[in-house]
Design a protein. Sequence first.
Length: 195
Amino acid sequence: MEGLTLERLKKDVGDYEVLSSYTYKRTYLEIITFFQEVNTLKESHLILFAQIIYGSMPTMVNINLENKEKVLIILSKARNGITITFDEIEIIKEYINNSLVGTSKLLHFLNPKTYAIWDSRIHRYITGKQTSYGIGNIKTYIAYLNKVRDISAMDGYTELHQKIAMNFDYIIEPSRVMEIIMFQTDRNNQGRKKP
């Protein structure tokens, strides 16, 4: 996780207007609100949540409900702020397209305080790799979650957070702030590489 530092995030947020073309702003709030309004998780939510998550992705969702009872228990734990294990993340991954990206988005919308979104842009920003090789590595995702938590506790983080949060009319978590910076930086960097 050497590619993710508070200093780098501060530099990258200062290079451009972060939200100048950010269209996910309103949609994100609606998804968070929907996920938070569900009181008791049921099988039907597993189907709806997967459809919502994959609605913003270029891949069709493939839902595996074989371990639905375990998945519901694990998602309830995650939602209630209990840190889930490597094995539990693996079970969720198997349920939703065998995708860590989909898993991270589901966990994030259930509990944005604890879980950060992990996708190809975030992976590329942190690793510098132009391929997605390794994006499905759960150990790397857990290290990423720990790094996000550590950065948000550092002196100087609050200023960075406020710079992004002022663009929203709702509360956003540090995981979201860092994701926006990494996503936009990668998007800008990829745009510069095109002929």
